[in-house]
Design a binder for this molecule. Structure first.
Ligand SMILES: C[S@@+](CC[C@H](N)C(=O)[O-])C[C@H]1O[C@@H](n2cnc3c(N)ncnc32)[C@H](O)[C@@H]1O
Length: 228
C-alpha cells in the first residue's frame, strides 16, 4: 500500500464506518467495553493537552490550529476556554459533526471555525498547532512530512500525540488484541518517540513536556515542543 492510498483510505473510512464508530466513541452514549476504554483513554489525552494549554494562562490571546480535529473533542473546550480555534479535518462527516456539536454546546457558529482540509494543505500561521491521534493513520515517512508541514504553520508551539512503538505494543498488535477486529479500523501505525522528537527538532522545535496515556486498549504519547 502506498502513501496516497493511506490518505484516500483514511478519508473514506472517516466518512463512512469510521465516522459512525468514532462519533460514538467520542460521545456520551452507550458503547461496548472496548470502546468505553478507548473513550476514557482519549479523554485523558484531551484533558492533558487542555491542562498544558491552560497552564500558560494566555489562551484568550492565542490562535490554535487543531489539525485532524475529528468531532471537536479538543477544539470545543478550547474555544469555551477563550482561545481562537481553527479546527480542520480531512473528513467532511467529522467536520459536520464537530460544527453541530459546537453549536449545541457553545451556541455560536464562529469559534471554533470548522473546515474540511487535509492537514498538509493547511496554510496560515497559528500560535499553537495541535494534532492529536492522527499520525497513527500514517507510516513513518508520511508522519515526518506531516510534522514538517505542521511545524511550518506553528509560530510558537506544536503538540502532537501518537501511538508509541514499544515492544509490548508490537507484540499485542501481532497477536491481535490491540485494535481488535479487522473491519473496525484502518491500518494503525505506531511511531518511535525518538523518531518523532527527531522530526520536531529538525524543524526547529524542542521538547518541553511529555506525557503518556495508557489504558487497556488506548495508548498515546503526547509531546509539546516550542520553536526557537
Ligand atoms: C482518531 S481521530 C482523532 C480526532 C481528534 N484529533 C481527536 O483527538 O479527537 C483521527 C482524525 O484524523 C483525521 N485525519 C486523518 N488524516 C488526516 C489528514 N491528512 N488531514 C486532516 N485530518 C486527517 C480523520 O479524519 C479523523 O477525524
Amino acid at each position: 500500500m502506498n502513501v496516497a492510498d493511506d490518505k484516500t483510505i483514511v478519508k473514506e473510512y472517516f466518512n463512512s464506518t469510521g465516522f459512525d464508530r468514532w462519533k460514538r466513541i467520542y460521545g456520551n452514549g452507550e458503547v461496548n467495553t472496548v470502546q468505553l476504554d478507548i473513550r476514557k483513554g482519549h479523554q485523558k489525552t484531551v484533558d492533558t493537552v487542555l491542562s498544558w494549554l491552560k497552564s500558560d494562562k494566555n489562551l484568550a490571546e492565542i490562535s490554535i490550529c487543531d489539525a485532524g480535529c475529528g468531532v471537536g473533542s479538543l477544539s470545543i473546550p478550547l474555544a469555551q476556554a477563550g482561545a481562537t480555534v481553527y479546527a480542520s479535518d480531512i473528513s467532511e462527516k467529522m467536520v459536520e459533526e464537530g460544527a453541530y456539536r459546537a453549536k449545541e454546546i457553545l451556541g455560536n457558529a464562529d469559534n471554533p471555525i470548522f473546515a474540511v482540509q487535509d492537514l498538509e494543505a493547511l496554510n496560515g500561521k497559528y500560535h499553537t498547532v495541535v494534532c492529536l491521534d492522527v499520525l497513527i493513520h500514517y507510516p513513518q515517512e508520511k508522519a515526518a512530512e506531516m510534522i514538517s508541514h505542521l511545524c511550518s504553520r506553528a509560530e510558537s508551539r506544536i503538540i502532537v500525540s501518537f501511538a508509541p512503538k514499544t515492544f509490548l505494543l508490537t507484540i499485542l498488535k501481532k497477536i491481535g488484541s490491540f485494535f481488535p477486529g479487522p473491519s473496525k479500523t484502518t491500518r494503525a501505525y505506531q511511531h518511535r518517540e525518538a523518531d518523532i522528537i527527531d522530526f520536531l527538532q529538525k524543524n526547529g522545535f524542542n521538547i518541553q513536556r511529555q506525557a503518556m496515556t495508557r489504558t487497556r486498549f488506548y495508548f498515546s504519547t503526547i509531546l509539546e515542543a516550542t520553536g526557537n
